[in-house]
Design a protein around this ligand. Sequence first.
Ligand SMILES: *Cc1c(COP(=O)(O)O)cnc(C)c1O
Length: 461
Amino acid sequence: MRYISTRGEAPDLSFEEAMLTGLARDGGLYVPEEVPALTEAQIAAMAGQSYEDVAYTVMRPFIGETFDDATFRRLIAEAYKGFGHAARAPLVQLAPNHFLLELFHGPTLAFKDFAMQLIGQMFQEALGRSGDRVTIVGATSGDTGSAAIEAFRGLENVDVFILYPHGRVSEVQRRQMTTPVEGNVHTLAVDGDFDDCQAAVKDMFNDFAFREEVKLAGVNSINWGRVLAQVVYYFTSAVSLGAPHRKVSFTVPTGNFGDIFAGYIAKRMGLPIDQLVVATNTNDILHRTLHTGAYTKEGVTQTISPSMDIQVSSNFERALFDAYGRDGKAVKDQMADLKAGGFKISQGAYQALKDTYDSGRASEDETKAAITGYREHHGELLCPHTAVGVHVAEAHLGATPMVTLATAHPAKFPAAVEAATGIHPPLPPRMADLYDLPERINRVGHDLAEIQDFIRTRTLS
Ligand SMILES: *Cc1c(COP(=O)(O)O)cnc(C)c1O
């Protein structure tokens, strides 16, 4: 299996190379040359299997020669053994035809753990083999950073630097990033918003001298390995609800478009997905794009669902690439226009996107009302991102079972949950000491040279 860039001008790579590289050298994102399909019999056989067994079947065709079968099974087992639920991604029923897929039983209480724990295992295995050392740099709106730090802390061949927007992540998110004591993990509190952090990371990848110097690797949601790991729970949940014999729809709280794109890959692999609904908060660029065909940046506003406070949605480029019939030149031109503020999607590509994705948006009031209402009428405490999802899903309920992805545990966003319900959601016992541990906080300006210096002095001895 080979991986190609969405901008058509970078060398094609193996799974291992694409995973270790992250961003392509032409600024594009790696995608598989083709998406392997599973047969209906293969999907039917997943009924009653463990999460790990389904994960193996779904991901194996994408891995190529990077890991042999037994090794890959071992990495999957290691990745998910620390989850706090035997099903890994359990389904909860909210209403007759509406289900919640709980993706928050991992070590940092958000769905990012599903991908990051596996990426940590895969990096360790690949780097242990080659003896190479890499520097992972990532931007986070809160959850990616904590998941990455949790996955890589203490690993031998990796230094990790996570940039987060100062003052714009929840206290639990911040503490999960700043309390680990291992010397190979570092967090940088950047004066700016998430898009500034993400832009700094992109600029570092495009600085080829720096990239070589510190052996940069990326684990942001642009990393294909992450998208791939997220395809799995679409299969486990849909199969529990009757797939492949019955269609299932999904609503996905969306920021960087990684999680919903994984759903699209599941559909391309043969999972009978009916609707794939993009749910945004008031930072609704994706919802507007799907309604107007124009992708136009506006300023980021702060919401109670901070992991979705994003305007430049990196993985949307992968969706565009397919919508444009995999024309790298067209994607490259549109991305150049984006630097100047936005672009208009061609008629054909726009139609392709509309045929694939539905969308909706939740205002702050609607999000709060969903948290309150689901507590009162369904007995469920929702995190604010999940609340955006269920609000949007309600407008799309019908004869097909709807699964809304619960992307984080309510205890990760206690202030918002308490304001809406009067209940302070407790952390699971295994992490109850989080508020007592000392923090390491490194403030930096929104300044590329300063950030690069910080990284250099901590990686090169
Ligand atoms: C990252 C995140 C999202 C958005 O996921 P994308 O893959 O970036 O679209 C939604 N909710 C939570 C809790 C997250 O951490």
